[in-house]
Design a protein around this ligand. Structure first.
Ligand code: NAD
Length: 332
């Protein structure tokens, strides 16, 4: 059987990745849309056979409570809107899948988790790499200690951002800059590779274009210490292309992915063997997995707490930049 999805926010990710992925899923089906742009209604209805009764605007969104043919609401709006649309969707009794970063702050994440718990619905966060074969293999290499105990991880993700007027450069809509958007992939990878939560961070920011990056961070380098002593050396940037990787170093060898975090073309290497898997659709994988959790009433491996923990690390990183001191990461 299938689980019926409605997408909220029909921007680039919904249009180019999520809707096409929903044509490949086995357990998840695209049935509904929520959009603020009336002309998209017909385009999407024609392309994906969306029925008129499953089309909502941001004003009529709460009426989704009466729609039994929608099971999951997938929030694909700018980061600063995730909280409101998650809580409204949860109050409508629907399961929520929310894009990363989960929200602008850890407090917002806590409020979202509470709303989903109160409504007894499932909440998942769009950490697609946790459903990707190369990443899953690397997690297994770490757990099995094939290369010994991990000692250090290098991880980074960045890109050169274009249009200076986009929401990703506005603090209220984005919550932060490169760190919130793509640095989060490095944090998440360090956490899933070690299976540990960072204790403390040190961080510094470089700003070469204070006008473009007046409201959000441009380039950040940071370190994170894990309880077992693993040191993580990380970076993120909106100023240049190319950093898109992790390497994990154990006392008997190393392994890593470069590129690591894009939608395709992932390449793995290690000190012992090649790491090669067929390309998969990360979005189809994550949505099928979430659909199965709903069908079988099991826990998702990317619950709200997973989004919250990354925000706690990000907040410690921002504190470290402001204070120029090593900062502890708050516990979830
Ligand atoms: P986008 O700008 O292409 O789309 C955003 C959508 O939100 C647009 O349809 C826009 O009309 C709508 N919107 C509603 N109110 C808005 C407002 N006040 N300002 C701006 N837009 C508004 O963005 P996107 O790239 O599709 O990103 C959407 C979300 O998906 C973000 O949270 C982003 O971090 C996440 N994302 C995740 C991945 C991934 O690989 N998992 C990749 C890209 C984006």
């Amino acid at each position: 059987s299938t689980v019926n999805f409605a997408l909220v926010g029909l921007g680039s990710l919904s249009t180019n990745q999520i809707a096409p992925a929903l044509q490949k899923t086995k357990h998840a089906k695209l049935v509904g849309i929520v959009t603020g742009t009336p002309k998209k209604e017909k385009i999407w209805a024609d392309k994906y056979g969306i029925q008129p009764q499953n089309i909502y605007s941001y004003d009529t969104y709460d009426k989704i409570v009466d729609n039994e043919s929608i099971d999951v609401i997938y929030i694909v709006l700018p980061n600063g809107m995730h909280k409101e649309y998650t809580i409204r969707g949860a109050n409508a009794g629907k399961h929520i899948f929310c894009e990363k970063p989960m929200a602008n702050s850890s407090q917002d994440c806590r409020d979202m988790i509470a709303a989903c718990n109160e409504n007894k619905i499932k909440l998942g966060v769009g950490y697609r790499c946790q459903f990707e074969p190369h990443h899953l293999h690397c997690i297994e290499l770490a757990r099995s200690k094939k290369f010994g105990s991990l000692k250090a991880i290098e991880a980074g993700f960045g890109f050169k951002i274009g249009n200076p007027n986009q929401w990703r450069l506005k603090a209220d809509l984005a919550g932060g800059g490169a760190m919130m958007d793509v640095g989060i992939y490095a944090i998440n990878a360090c956490r899933y590779l070690t299976g540990e939560e960072p204790i403390a961070v040190t961080a510094q920011e470089t700003k070469t274009d204070p006008k473009k990056f007046a409201e959000v961070d441009e380039t950040i380098t940071w370190t994170m210490t894990m309880p077992s002593g693993v040191n993580c050396y990380c970076s993120t940037s909106y100023a240049f292309n190319g950093i898109n990787r992790f390497n994990a170093y154990g006392d008997k060898g190393w392994f890593g992915l470069d590129p690591a975090f894009g939608y395709g073309g992932i390449k793995g290497r290690s000190s012992a063997e090649s790491i090669e898997f067929d390309a998969t659709d990360h979005f189809a994988n994550e949505m099928d997995a979430f659909a199965k959790c709903i069908l079988n009433n099991t826990e998702t491996k990317v619950p709200g707490e997973e989004g919250l923990k990354d925000l706690l690390a990000i907040e410690a990183i921002y504190r470290s930049i402001q204070t120029n001191k090593k900062c502890e990461v708050a516990t979830a």
